[in-house]
Structures are given as structure tokens and as C-alpha cells.
Design a protein around this ligand. Sequence first.
Ligand SMILES: NC(=O)c1ccc[n+]([C@@H]2O[C@H](COP(=O)([O-])OP(=O)(O)OC[C@H]3O[C@@H](n4cnc5c(N)ncnc54)[C@H](O)[C@@H]3O)[C@@H](O)[C@H]2O)c1
Ligand SMILES: O=P(O)(O)OC[C@H](O)CO
Length: 315
Amino acid sequence: MSDSSVSNPPLKIAILGAGAWGSALAKLANYNGHTVYLWSRRLGNSLAESIHSIDVLVSAISMRGVTATIDQLHSLKLPDQIPIVTATKGLDPDSTCTPSQLWGRGFPDHPIVVLSGPNLSAEIQQGLPAATVVASEDLEAAKIVQRVFASNRFRVYTSSDPMGTELGGTLKNVIAIAAGVCDGLQLGTNAKSALLTRALTEIIRIGTHLGGKTETFFGLSGLGDMLTTCNSALSRNYRVGYGLAAGKTLEQVLTELGSTAEGVNTTNVLIEIAHRERIPVPISWQVYQLLNHQITPQKAVESLMERDLKPEFYL
Ligand SMILES: NC(=O)c1ccc[n+]([C@@H]2O[C@H](COP(=O)([O-])OP(=O)(O)OC[C@H]3O[C@@H](n4cnc5c(N)ncnc54)[C@H](O)[C@@H]3O)[C@@H](O)[C@H]2O)c1
Ligand SMILES: O=P(O)(O)OC[C@H](O)CO
């Protein structure tokens, strides 16, 4: 039997963000025998000490904290050329950039690796089996990160399409809100299948326009994550839609949630991008209007059903 610690030596990993996802990632890296320094503003530990002589930096900060964290790291000394892994699923409202674009601009000498997939943290904390994707233009860096997290309970695939991998995980949050509305209104299985299938077409349209590859959106970080997030009450984005369908206000739902639902901000940024780039996004547009108090859930369904008739695909 081979000794995996020889081929996979223990590394020092800093994980920034000790929320639901950062804590689950820390557990996965610990399980493989790596030394993990979990940092968060709330824990009050020192960021400088957490990143001292590390081999890999992982960010599991929610979108609203990414720029501030990059700025904070700039004043510190990050070990040369270590991979930076971003596990955030969001879009920056100021620049409309993805987190990996922000990290790439902030640290151009470091390989940037995107980690994204169907990964509900509560299931991973229970040790249930799951799979994910680590994507980078630097395949060696992706392989290092693959070895950090891969185990008999977490299967990690590499990819050379960071943009597609990141956008799949980010854009599905908008669709998860729509799926929560669909289930909350009890529209049935046919409606749910129609919603998710047309949503995938919409995600591919916008995702490929922004640089992702079509195949990636059919993979774990695209379709895979959409199926997970749109079908589980563990998903916070799904719960936002479900709550709105029950007649709650967005403010009420978010207060009850008490945790990050990235789809709300992502919808607003996505609509800004779609308007700017003239990309049709009919489902996301209904989610946008719903979140911004412009329509009811019932009216959103009617609007989608009454759109102009057209072919499914322009073959
Ligand atoms: N929870 C999951 O199942 C899951 C799975 C995959 C990806 N994600 C993604 O990971 C990210 C984090 O999600 P989460 O579930 O851990 O959220 P969370 O609300 O549990 O934790 C968010 C973390 O970000 C930190 N943070 C927020 N603003 C900050 C700021 N200004 N400066 C520094 N730190 C700040 C918080 O302190 C906390 O540690 C999100 O983008 C989410 O979409 C979550
Ligand atoms: O709880 P959500 O909706 O943020 O979803 C968590 C993960 O993104 C699922 O892969």
C-alpha cells in the first residue's frame, strides 16, 4: 500500500473567512493532515500571523468582504508565488468583476485557482460524499490545490477554465432564487424542469459571453451546482425565493436567514452586465424585478409564460 503522505506532504494552508464554507474547507484540509490557519475578522486573530510561511492561501470570504481583504493583504507580506484559491460565489458591485478577477489584479504574480462545485457546507461538515472543481490557467497550481482537498469523501477535478467554473457557481444562485419561488408556489415538476433547463441556456449565454467555455457549464460547477442549489432547502438562495413565494418581504427573509445569500447582490450586478452587454436574460430579469419590489412572484411566472413564442434553439 502506498503512503499518501509521501506523495501528498502536509502543507500550511491559510483559510480566510471562518463562516460556513471556510469552516467546511478547513475540515477537509485538516482531514488530509494539512496544518490550517483559519482567519476571520470576527475571530480576532492576526492576519499577518495566519499567512506567515504558508504554502496555499484560500479565500472563503463573502463577496462584500473580498476587496477589503485584498487591500488588507497588500500591506502584509504574502509568501512569493503561492497559489491563491478563491471559493467565493459572487460578483463585485463596484467593478462587476468576479472574485478571481479581483484576486488576479491584486496579486498578478500569484497563480489564481477557482474552487467551485455542488458543495452545500452542511453536508460536507457531516462527511457526506461530494465533488468539486479546481480551475486555473496554471494547471500545476490547480493540481496542488486538488491534492490539498481531495479525499475519499471529497472528489476534486481540475479544469483549465477558471472563468466558466466561477460563473457557473455564481450565476446559479440567481436561478436558485427562481427555483425557490417555483417550489414555494407549488408550480409542479414540469414547471421546475422547464425553469432549470431554460436557466441553463441563459447561464451559458451570459457565461460564454464573459469568457467561460460551454462544456464547463454542463459540468459540476455549472449544471451540477444548479441541481444542488435549486433542489435543497439547505441552500440559502433557494430559501430566499421560497420565502418570497410565501409572501414574506426580502428584508424579512434575509433577517430570518442570518447568513450570506449571494444571489441577491449577484442578480443586481448580473442585470447591470446584461444591460451593458445587451444579453437577453429573461429569467434573471424576473428575479431582479421580484427582489427590487417591482412585481409579485405570480406576476413573474405570468411574464415568463407569456413571452413571444420562439424556437427552443436556433439550429
Ligand atoms: N456555505 C456554503 O455551502 C458555500 C458553499 C460554496 C461556496 N460558498 C460561498 O462562499 C462564500 C462565503 O459563504 P459562507 O457560507 O461561508 O458565508 P458566511 O456568511 O457563513 O461567512 C462569510 C464570511 O465572510 C467574512 N466576511 C464578510 N465580510 C467581510 C469583510 N468585509 N471583511 C472580511 N471578512 C468578511 C465573514 O466574517 C465570514 O467569515 C460565499 O460567496 C458563498 O457563496 C458557500
Ligand atoms: O446556500 P447557498 O445557496 O449559498 O449555496 C451554497 C453552495 O453554493 C452550494 O453549492
